[in-house]
Design a protein around this ligand. Structure first.
Ligand SMILES: [Zn+2]
Length: 177
């Protein structure tokens, strides 16, 4: 049945109104815009790559969660972190992901590495031994656990290679600053 001009006009206006409502999001049950992340939240890798004593290691835990392996006088494992504010800290740096001596072509040319190579030798030894500053000095304290470093292998551990620095603040797309 052909529509009368009035009905056709009504249908057109209804379609426009629906479109407008869809455009303003009134019909969508959930907001389509993603909730913006707090702008100051850094994204820390769960298993950071750390450079110390001219080697790269893959940590088992985020930097803040790397725990001292020494045994306390109560025969418990020390609960202190290796990364403490009263000891010099490393720097997140973008480093070449390709081994200089290798012939491998890797997709990511640069990766974020927590560089401890600038620290004093004793501090790098402390990180390698995975001890808090207190137990680094107390050499007679036994280790209750093994240091958990894994020698970093760019082929085996490529999932843990991040091309961006973790401290960089993530911005919304289209909002560069
Ligand atoms: Zn300790």
């Amino acid at each position: 049945m052909p529509l009368t001009p009035q009905l056709a006009d009504l249908r057109r206006r209804l379609a426009l109104r629906t479109r407008r409502l869809l455009d303003t999001g009134a019909f969508t049950p959930h907001p389509t815009e993603p909730a913006p992340a707090p702008p100051t939240t850094p994204c820390q890798p769960t298993r950071p790559v750390v450079q110390l004593l001219y080697c790269r290691y893959l940590a088992q835990y985020p930097l803040d969660d790397i725990r001292c392996v020494a045994q306390t006088r109560l025969r418990h494992r020390c609960t202190h972190p290796v990364l403490t504010p009263d000891a010099p800290t490393g720097t997140w740096t973008l480093m070449s992901a390709t081994p200089s001596h290798g012939q491998l072509t890797l997709p990511a040319s640069e990766m974020a590495v927590y560089d401890l190579g600038q620290l004093p030798y004793t501090e790098q030894l402390r990180w390698r031994a995975q001890r808090c500053p207190l137990h680094a000095a107390a050499s007679q304290a036994a280790d209750l656990a093994l240091a958990e470093w894994e020698v970093f292998d760019p082929l085996m551990h490529h999932l843990h290679m991040h091309p961006r620095l973790p401290t960089a603040i993530r911005h919304h797309r289209g909002r560069s600053k």
